[in-house]
Design a protein around this ligand. Structure first.
Ligand SMILES: N[C@@H](CCC(=O)N[C@@H](CS)C(=O)NCC(=O)O)C(=O)O
Length: 256
């Protein structure tokens, strides 16, 4: 299977960690979503009409959302993961849902714009550029509906980052993360017992992101969750999944 993904991308990290934790072999196809914007290209639109990473593809499957990839990994892991255990499956599903309800993009970019003022000009300019490029391609596109959707998502992004008080919006996102963290079980080993589940995958990636954006203070120091995360970081799948815990702009520039 080929995993189309980007190193810096949060949802790609979920896919990488899910596949590696479930020991599902895949071939990596790294995408440049920032400079070359490969996710907007015609060839990728045919794979993923949302024009987002990750996608996991082979002759039989075309999974175009990290959540589907996570589900697929859990299915292949079978009894090795707790997802299939009726005693835990509902609670695991609730945590996965809770994580997907957090708008990590808004929190990440909101924080970046607040702390690096030039980005308040650069990001809106970049979004306007994307909207214009997609509008220009509408007439000749094989999938104009997909392009229309992508245009409207980017218009929403532009409005979010340019209208209203950003610090209040970031505060709102932060509160959402705090509320999510409060729903997590106390964890002697993995979140729901001795074995991995989808809840461990999404929570590990979320905590990695909180570290990267300077919000790890939302996790109480020395708490069971903090200790769980320290253990997870030492695991082989976590290390191999390239979970960013600090921002690495040179990797974006070098397309690595
Ligand atoms: N619901 C999707 C969201 C994927 C997503 O938003 N990916 C971001 C990177 S983390 C992306 O591809 N952004 C580029 C774009 O929207 O043009 C999933 O879970 O896979």
């Amino acid at each position: 299977m080929i995993l189309y993904h980007a190193s810096s991308s949060y949802y790609s990290m979920i896919a990488r960690l899910a596949l590696l934790s479930a020991q599902v072999p895949f071939t990596s196809r790294r995408m440049d979503i920032h400079l070359a914007k490969e996710q907007l290209s015609d060839w990728y639109l045919k794979i993923n009409p949302h024009m987002t990473v990750p996608s996991l593809v082979d002759d039989e499957h075309c999974l175009t959302d990290s959540r589907d990839i996570l589900r697929y990994a859990a299915t292949l892991a079978g009894l090795k993961w707790l997802d299939s255990d009726p005693a835990h499956s509902t609670a695991i599903e609730a945590i996965v849902n809770g994580q997907y309800n957090i708008s990590i993009e808004r929190l990440t970019f909101g924080k970046a714009l607040l702390s690096i003022p030039p980005l308040r000009l650069i990001v809106p300019r970049m979004l306007r550029g994307i909207i214009k490029k997609l509008e220009n391609e509408l007439g000749s596109s094989a999938d104009p509906v997909a392009l229309e959707n992508k245009i409207s998502i980017n218009r929403e992004r532009l409005a979010y980052f340019t209208q209203g008080k950003l610090s209040d919006k970031v505060d709102e996102q932060r509160q959402q993360v705090r509320a999510f963290l409060d729903t997590l079980p106390s964890c002697p080993n993995m979140l729901f017992g001795q074995t991995t589940s989808s809840a461990d995958v999404v929570t590990a990636v979320l905590l990695g992101r909180l570290k990267m954006i300077g919000e790890y203070g939302l996790v109480d120091k020395g708490s069971a969750l903090d200790q769980w995360f320290a253990r997870i970081q030492k695991s082989e799948p976590f290390q191999d999944a390239d979970i960013w815990m600090r921002f690495q702009p040179w990797r974006i520039l070098l397309k690595r």
